[in-house]
Design a protein around this ligand. Structure first.
Ligand code: HEM
Ligand code: HEM
Length: 227
């Protein structure tokens, strides 16, 4: 058994920040929102932070550490199928980063989350809340986007449920993935298919690069927060 460093600190902070904001966004819309006096305001602010987190993740997926990059975890449909067959057969091949099915699932979740957060910016609750970009679109467009915001929220619930079931399936197959999202290190039985025997040539990314990407992602959040 080896313990490989797979998730850098930015990916881990992104993930748990994402979980917190998504939970808050759902809580404020699916319940009476207590103890918040204006749940829609909290809903929108959770959404603004999500815009920043997601912008960060899209950029980090291009320039981040090896396992954070899309190029490190997007595979051909043939690879996904082979992986699915071996998972069903009970002997999934070992991957350090996201496996071929997990990788595509991550991108679908990121797309759905991004649509949710961005569509929210154009909405109004027709009572006292107009989102920052509401004035830019016709009333009918805002209504269509509200319908899609509702539909995609339900899709997100399905995707999150599938994500949690997948983690459970992997746990039952003996793979402990959750601890690695806290510690960054994943226990692996055998040599992973997505790392060469001698290790990665560039496993980590520069902290300065991370700082630049964080600053870029924080700019729209600051604007939205004060809009
Ligand atoms: C990923 C982030 C977000 C999630 C998960 C989310 C989720 C939801 C959900 C579940 C609803 C209730 C829809 C329904 O079932 O009818 C809703 C409504 C709404 N959301 Fe979001 N939302 C997000 C981001 C945003 C943002 C950024 C804004 C505004 C800045 C926003 C503004 C609204 C408004 C105005 C409504 C309609 C409230 C009403 O009709 O009274 N949302 N959202
Ligand atoms: C709102 C709920 C959640 C959302 C939207 C969500 C979303 C995501 C996303 C987008 C990733 C990809 C990470 C990246 O590469 O940036 C991911 C990975 C992961 N998430 Fe979540 N997540 C949620 C809840 C949870 C919970 C509750 C747990 C733990 C019990 C969890 C454990 C993990 C793990 C272990 C991975 C890495 C999987 C792997 O090893 O390939 N997630 N999640």
């Amino acid at each position: 058994m080896t313990r490989l460093k797979v998730w850098d600190i930015p990916v881990r902070l992104f993930h748990w920040g994402l979980v917190g904001c998504v939970a808050l966004a759902f809580y404020t819309m699916k319940t009476d929102g207590a103890p918040f006096v204006f749940p829609i305001d909290i809903h929108a602010r959770a959404g603004y932070v999500l815009v920043g987190l997601l912008l960060f993740r899209w950029l980090w997926g291009l320039v981040g550490s090896h396992h954070a990059r899309f190029s490190g975890f997007l595979y051909s449909p043939a690879r996904m199928l082979t992986y699915a067959r071996r998972l069903i057969g009970g002997r999934p091949p070992v991957f350090a980063g996201h496996n071929p099915l997990g990788g595509i699932m991550v991108v679908v979740m990121l797309l759905s989350l991004t649509f949710q957060a961005v569509s929210g910016l154009f909405l109004s609750d027709d009572i006292f809340f107009d989102a920052p970009l509401h004035g830019l679109v016709e009333r009918s467009t805002a209504r269509t986007l509200a319908g899609l915001h509702h539909l995609n929220a339900n899709l997100l619930i399905g995707l999150i449920a599938a994500h949690l079931v997948a983690l459970l399936v992997h746990r039952l197959k003996g793979e402990r993935l959750v601890g690695a999202m806290f510690t960054g290190r994943k226990p692996l039985e055998g040599a992973p298919e997505d790392e060469p025997a001698g290790g990665l040539s560039r496993p980590t990314a520069s902290p300065w690069l991370a700082l630049v990407v964080i600053v870029i992602a924080a700019l729209p959040v600051m604007w939205l927060w004060n809009a």
